[in-house]
Design a protein around this ligand. Sequence first.
Ligand code: X8Z
Ligand code: ZN
Length: 460
Amino acid sequence: IPMRKDYQRFVELTNQGATEMGFGNTGEVWRAGYDMPAADFQAEADRLWGQVQPLYEQLQCYTREKLVEKYGEQGSVDGMIPAHLTGNLWQQDWGNLWPILEPYKGVGSLDINGALKDQRDEILADMVSAAGGMGKLTPAEQVEIERKADIEMATRMTKLAESFYTGLGMPALPPTFYADSMLVQPRDRDVVCHASAWPMNTEGDVRIKMCIKANEEELTTIYHELGHIYYYLAYKGQPPMFQNGAHDGFHEAIGDTIVLSMTPDYLASIGLVDKPAVSQEAVINSQMRMALAKVAFMPFGLMIDRWRWGVFDGSITPENYNTAWWELKAKYQGVAPAGARGEEFFDPGAKYHVPGNTPYTRYFLSHILQFQFYKSLCDAAGHEGPLYTCNFANNPEAGKRYWAMMERGASQPWQQTMKELTGGEQMDGSAVLEYFAPLQTWLVEQNKGKTCGWEQPAKS
Ligand code: X8Z
Ligand code: ZN
């Protein structure tokens, strides 16, 4: 709420800047960054969404049914998922619903959270015993040693992520990366904990800023951030103008492509899960786990900028900020608040990228691209079998292909860079569908006889 007035003023100022540069508004500036007419870009995003929408709708339907099973009629709002039941403040990642949604209980257990917590506790226990036991420590020393354990664990997780990249033949991170990055929350000052990655100069001084905790989501976020870092390192030989992603979706997709390669086999190879079960049930479980992160995200990745494009072009006015926000969440995500969220609230302000003014369509595009990149790297690695079983860790051919693509930076239209990696010049959701084919079939089966879909709220 304190943000609303400031945001309104900010919109006026940024639009003024856009106009002075010859654009209609800031949304147009954002849509102009894709080597195609800004006017075509919106249709392009719609086309991609249309490809994956049927898969999302099946996941939404299944999730809603499970919520209704658990919470009765409070598990659904006119066919939509109650926002407060997704286990995520923004409804962008449904991983926390795993206990309710796990298709086959306990098959091929993928308890990475548990494994990471155990590791952290072991580090602490070792440090404590080296110091002569907990009883020997003052309360202040106990706090100190816990912190040391957190730092050690965060460093270990970061090195694990780094080892995926070096295993592909990419360079080790420079010593300054570990010396100067912020890996854990400092005690003596307030900081922004939202993860980010920074090129400090053009000579390879790269750093990340995170408050790493020992859980699965944070681990995959490190892989994501190192994707930005390795992209910076790969294109640092380009002239400054070209030291950027082919487009911003490419930048977001580098690390996530690697996360797709974190199959049960890979997780077992780094000691985070036991030898994975091999069965159709294990496949569905593992696909569901990935879908709760990736498929659930897609309409969210799209709706944020649908809202901001509307705000910037004036079709969404300050009197409608919050109403329009929830209309878009309903339309794309099929998610609804349990109680009224009127204009006395400013819910968009709770999403980091809105006050931070980071465009968001990049993440939607990334969620399409990363499956295309993954498929190409799997091809390069000579993978055979269903796409979702591919793990290209330690494969030099995949590494070479990826690095060659990353080295290009923004030196040519992204379509050309895309062609060099994938053979095609278009973004395309078919790799998403290929990857999730077993789950989609399974979901359709589960949803048989259910009334899927939801009521669109009346447009205000
Ligand atoms: O903001 C991020 C990254 C930093 S570029 C941590 N992400 C989006 C978000 O958290 O909302 C990654 C996925 C989506
Ligand atoms: Zn990112």
